[in-house]
Write a new protein. Structure first.
Ligand SMILES: O=C(O)C(=O)Cc1ccccc1
Length: 273
């Protein structure tokens, strides 16, 4: 089984992919969009994508891109305890001027840099493992935020460990693929919907359906519909599989109330690593 991830090797996505399926053949890619496109086209079977973080919230780029999918479904999830480290070319920070990483990682360590290295310029790049590679090429003024593994792979020093602002920093990854899943009894389903018109109680009318079937929601987010200010797409995750009877009833009912209902998929509840 080939599994696409945000590469190169040593990224946080790589770690998550290894935990999810140690046997799969990992294929490093440059962007989240590339991962989604290759799964959509069927040229790779699965892809892994970060979708939300316990401190920073939604990974909006992934959520927006998933909205456009036609063939791929969410068929798994995994939660990774993300520990950031300051990895540098030099053995100390005396020359440190620039620190590179994925925007998500930079955001999750903003306080650390404001307190410890207010003069350091934070530079976004494609991934934390790419950041390590670039830092190594650039020299002693450079550092990266990444996995210790990525630092070691690139010959960097681990200057500070656990620099994430929130000690309990978790990222939830979803696995997309083209297969349908079967109910396991411990599943989750992800959907998104929008309304024809704005009307009082619109969101309530949806939430009521879940409440009446005693279905627990595990996440609710809104994203701009990108048509006009004040129009939203709502993203909801809930416990249960779309083939379960109660879930089927809810999905049937809310399809009638909503303008567009997208079911991203049902999948076994993931473990935390
Ligand atoms: O840049 C990486 O290594 C990634 O895999 C993206 C990412 C960044 C920060 C937290 C989780 C995933």
């Amino acid at each position: 089984m080939e599994l696409g991830y945000l590469g190169p090797m040593g990224s946080y996505s790589y770690t998550a992919a290894k935990y999810y399926d140690p046997k799969s053949l990992l294929v490093g890619m440059k962007t989240f969009r590339e991962i989604i496109t290759t799964v959509e086209e069927g040229s790779i079977e699965e892809g892994i994508l970060p979708i939300e973080n316990s401190t920073e919230g939604a990974v909006t780029q992934v959520m927006d891109n998933l909205m456009e999918t036609e063939e791929s479904k969410i068929q798994g999830e995994i939660i990774l305890q993300v520990r950031h480290n300051l990895l540098t070319v030099a053995e100390d920070a005396s020359e440190l001027k620039y620190v590179l990483s994925h925007p998500q990682a930079l955001e999750q360590c903003r306080e650390f840099f404001a307190n410890q290295f207010p003069e350091v310029v934070l530079i976004p790049c494609e991934s934390s493992s790419t950041a390590c590679k670039i830092a190594k090429e650039k020299g002693i003024e450079y550092g990266a935020i990444g996995n210790i593994l990525a630092g070691e792979n690139n010959g960097l020093h681990t200057l500070y460990k656990d620099i994430q602002d929130n000690l309990n920093n978790q990222t939830r990854f979803v696995i997309i693929g083209r297969k349908n899943t079967v109910p396991t009894g411990k599943d989750k389903t992800s959907i998104a919907f929008s309304f024809h018109d704005d009307f009082p109680g619109s969101l309530h009318s949806i939430l009521k359906e879940f409440a009446e079937e005693n279905i627990n929601l595990t996440r609710i987010e809104s994203r701009p519909a990108k048509t006009e200010l004040g129009r939203y797409i709502f993203y909801v995750d809930f416990n249960g599989h779309q083939e379960d009877l109660q879930c089927k009833r809810v999905l049937n009912n809310i399809e009638k109330i909503t303008n567009k209902l997208k079911i991203f998929g049902s999948y076994p509840i993931g473990q935390i690593y």
